[in-house]
Write a protein that binds this ligand. Structure first.
Ligand SMILES: Cc1cc2nc3c(=O)[nH]c(=O)nc-3n(C[C@H](O)[C@H](O)[C@H](O)COP(=O)(O)OP(=O)(O)OC[C@H]3O[C@@H](n4cnc5c(N)ncnc54)[C@H](O)[C@@H]3O)c2cc1C
Length: 519
């Protein structure tokens, strides 16, 4: 069927928007249909009390590559930073904080062996993360295919690992499937330091530090940061401004973006996607349909299963997609004070993860759909760095609360309320008096995130980032390189290689596949 629109993109998450921007820049007519009232998906702002805004789910920018920022002229369209290169500060109830600033670890309780061990660990992990770079930004090459471009990409990865030299290549192959818990034992003794490092591997993941493959997720996160030169950054005005900048860039190139337009199903004729039907009943046709929704939404809700094989439906059903990251938002009447934390560090990334066993103890209950007694937290106070966010001296606190179960019980509301109390009690142990400063408090559980953002399981990466769903197997062997069993239907979201976090790479690569005619 001939249509006037080249591509319909379902979903205006940052990947859908990035895909739209690249396609529109290449002269394609693009229509983005977003279910929510605003663009951005997990990277949009949220109004809390008094109209104050903060980042709704994602709150720290660390992996958006410079080439995408440049190509889409995001700084021209509103991406500005309130802070860059944030340090990581591990809080301690007794005031013994540890500060990580790139290669440097600081803390009175750290022995010289720990300091040297951290230095060695940092340099080794940087070296290994760099080895992953040749494939991080590209469409994942298939392992067995007669295509010269994919062969070159695979060779690039092989060469990059070989280039490490015999010792480090062997070391890379030894550690890549290991768990971070065991690996860090080879370098560092101090458990608080190890726990602070482990946060990068665990946030958003379903697993604990002792789970196999946690080294891979750690390296993956570090590799993402290598493609960006801002370090951990706070976008001025909240994460929503990043998505809005991408949307502006896409619109400027001619893309049409419609919010409040949920897609009800994808129209398929002769095994080809030819358009979509909106919840309103409106039918829109296009040459290509690209889904920024997660695979479960796309294939189990938007497509009649008659178009898909049983084996495929089973694989999609079995995808690991039960999120374990929740989100806490507080409006505070004034700046809180954390025990032992110098005021100058209040605007950094603060973590509550006292030790490796505490991480495991927080993780264990979530395996049995129970909530942790002492949650692991990644906290930022964005208003300390960004005066555009809050008025009258009030402050915003945003925290990822790791290891909340995906709760589909009938007690969900009571459980959320009880957990909110536990999180605030935990904060109180580190920042005595903080409870008295709270004007508004809300906790989003993975199930709330599923409902509010339209993501199955409320998962950070849409599909868990694990060995069986990595590189040429992401998200499953039947769904690689953005292609699907339906012709002219592609995926462009976090479930594609290289996965979640604000990277935009999956969106850009999906656009490239369309432009190459690989659909
Ligand atoms: C609690 C939490 C904290 C996080 N913190 C960080 C962080 O600090 N830094 C970081 O880099 N990453 C973070 N992440 C991960 C990051 O937010 C995601 O990986 C990333 O935003 C995914 O982007 P996406 O564009 O692929 O998908 P999404 O952002 O999920 O966008 C998908 C879009 O599709 C839309 N959609 C779905 N179905 C339909 C339909 N039928 N019709 C129309 N539209 C539809 C949805 O409404 C949504 O807008 C966090 C994630 C979570 C859950």
């Amino acid at each position: 069927m001939n249509s006037l629109i080249n591509a319909i993109i379902i979903g205006a998450g940052h990947n859908g928007l990035t895909c739209a921007a690249y396609l529109a820049r290449a002269g394609q007519s693009v229509l983005v249909l977003e279910a929510a009232a605003e663009v951005g998906g997990l990277a949009r702002n949220r109004i809390v009390a008094n109209g104050e805004q903060l980042s709704s789910a994602a709150h720290l920018l660390h992996s958006l590559p410079q080439d995408i920022i440049k190509d889409l002229q995001l700084e021209k369209y509103g991406l500005h930073y309130a802070a860059q290169h944030l340090k990581t500060v591990s809080l301690n109830k007794n005031g013994a904080t540890i500060v990580l600033n790139k290669q440097l670890a600081m803390g009175d309780q750290l022995s010289s062996a720990d300091l040297l061990g951290y230095d060695r660990f940092y340099l080794d992990m940087q070296r290994f993360s760099k080895a992953l770079l040749p494939v991080l930004g590209k469409v994942a090459p298939e392992i067995a295919i007669e295509d010269w471009r994919q062969k070159l990409d695979l060779l690039g990865l092989g060469w990059s690992i070989r280039k490490l030299g015999t010792f480090y290549m062997r070391e890379f192959l030894r550690i890549i499937g290991m768990n971070l818990y065991d690996l860090m034992d080879e370098y560092i003794e101090n458990t608080q330091l190890k726990a602070a490092i482990a946060m990068d591997a665990l946030l958003g993941s379903e697993w604990g530090a002792r789970s196999m493959g946690s080294v891979l997720t750690y390296l993956y996160r570090q590799a993402g940061e290598l493609r960006n030169n801002t370090g951990l950054a706070l976008p001025r005005g909240g994460m929503g401004t990043v998505s809005q900048a991408i949307a502006k860039s896409a619109r400027q190139s001619g893309a049409d973006i419609r919010c409040n337009s949920p897609v009800k199903h994808i129209i398929i004729e002769n095994n080809k996607a030819v358009g979509v039907v909106l919840e309103t009943g409106e039918e829109i046709y296009a040459d290509t349909v690209i889904s920024n929704a997660d695979p479960k939404q796309t294939f189990l809700k938007l497509i009649n299963p008659d178009h898909l094989g049983t084996n495929f439906v089973r694989q999609v059903n079995n995808l690991r997609a039960k999120g374990k990251a929740g989100k806490l938002h507080l409006v505070l009447s004034q700046k809180p004070s954390f025990t032992g934390l110098d005021d100058s560090l209040l605007g950094e990334r603060l973590v509550i993860a006292p030790g490796m066993d505490d991480i495991e103890l927080a993780f264990n209950p979530s395996k049995y759909k129970r909530y942790p007694d002492s949650p692991i937290l990644e906290i930022i106070l964005p208003s300390v760095r960004d005066d555009s966010l809050c008025q009258n001296g009030q402050q915003l606190l945003s925290a990822v609360v790791q290891y909340l179960p995906y709760d589909d019980s009938t007690n969900e509301d009571q459980n959320r309320t009880a957990m909110l109390r536990v999180v605030i009690e935990t904060l109180e142990e580190y920042a005595p008096g903080i409870s008295d400063l709270i004007i508004t408090a809300e906790l989003l559980t993975p199930r709330d995130i599923e409902r509010e953002f339209g993501i199955s399981g409320g998962h950070w990466h849409h599909v868990e980032l694990v060995f069986e769903s990595f590189l040429f197997n992401r998200p499953t062997p039947l769904l690689t390189r953005h292609a699907t069993p339906i012709d002219n239907l592609l995926l462009c979201g976090a479930s594609c290689h290289p996965g979640g976090n604000l990277m935009g790479i999956a969106g850009r690569n999906a656009a490239q596949q369309v432009l190459r005619g690989e659909k």
